[in-house]
Design a binder for this molecule. Structure first.
Ligand SMILES: [Zn+2]
Length: 151
């Protein structure tokens, strides 16, 4: 009897310990790139944010495409990239169907989070103060992107 209780107690305690982990890595998000760093994983799967002005992609001016660091899906064309001054790589539009969005309320602000349509990994937030015809500004973590130049 006592042993049974102990077993139940141990297993529920374990489940409790694993809960945050399970929550952070929900089923829709899957690690595909096994070489991701912990920092990348924290952003892609835990909706973290990199330090502003830390990404080398801010200074990337070549023509090409930006791909998901996790699954490799093509997300942005260099034609849509612009300098927003925010410290994060910014784009006025994504490639069609590249992302899905969800409204979040982190830090008491209503923001629209977007994630890779293919693998579910978080990339950034989209705002309505962009320079293009749609007025969109995709504020993307540089660590979530891999740039492949056309030439
Ligand atoms: Zn992806």
């Amino acid at each position: 009897m006592r042993r049974k209780f102990l077993k139940f107690f141990t297993s529920s305690f374990l489940a409790y310990l694993l809960l945050p982990y399970k929550f952070a890595f929900s089923v829709t998000k899957k690690i595909i790139n096994k070489n991701l760093t912990n920092q990348q994983k924290n952003i892609l799967f835990n909706e973290g944010t990199e330090r502003p002005f830390s990404s080398s992609l801010l200074y990337e001016k070549r023509e090409g495409y930006y791909h998901c660091a996790n699954c490799g899906a093509k997300l942005f064309s260099s034609n849509a990239k612009f300098d927003s001054g925010t410290g994060w790589p910014s784009f006025s539009e994504s490639l069609p169907g590249a992302f899905k969005t969800k409204v979040d309320y982190a830090f008491g602000m209503k923001r629209t989070e977007y994630h890779c349509a293919k693998c579910g990994a978080h990339h950034g937030h989209v705002f309505n103060d962009g320079p293009g015809k749609d007025g969109k500004r995709f504020c993307n973590n540089g660590l979530c992107l891999i740039f492949k130049p056309t030439n």
